[in-house]
Design a protein around this ligand. Sequence first.
Ligand code: RTP
Ligand code: MG
Length: 140
Amino acid sequence: MTERTLSIIKPDAVAKNVIGQIVARFEGAGLKVVAARLTQLSQADAEAFYAVHKARPFFKDLVSFMISGPVFVQVLEGEGAILKNRDLMGATDPKKAEKGTIRADFADSIDANAVHGSDAAETAANEIAFFFPGMQIHSR
Ligand code: RTP
Ligand code: MG
């Protein structure tokens, strides 16, 4: 099934100047970028985006990391895009991420872990609407 998912290249990976290398992984796996922008999240944006984690002990660190520099936000489209993106990303903790995954190759720590990806159909729809509200996104 053709799906859409939200991907964020996080501040650590943007600072390392590897946006292109990460997008190439998506493209190499057959995912297409159908919307994209570089943006600086405010504290309120980051808190709202990661609201599901509000009660978790890592929430404060997560929010301060996500606002520490610009992020590159994209909508990826393709067959099974949600799971495909999660597979390309690798495990949350780069030490546990499989060889050849984005987090194994580009992430430094569980906090600075290079990428975000939606984890299910419902969160993908909500996250796409969060970053690209009311926008007509064209398939390609
Ligand atoms: P993401 O939402 O960013 O794609 O990451 P994920 O699904 O792999 O992991 P999730 O459980 O949703 O956690 C969101 C982010 O919070 C940080 N985290 N820290 N110290 C910890 O135990 C811990 N657990 C999660 C990570 O930066 C993770 O990406
Ligand atoms: Mg998550």
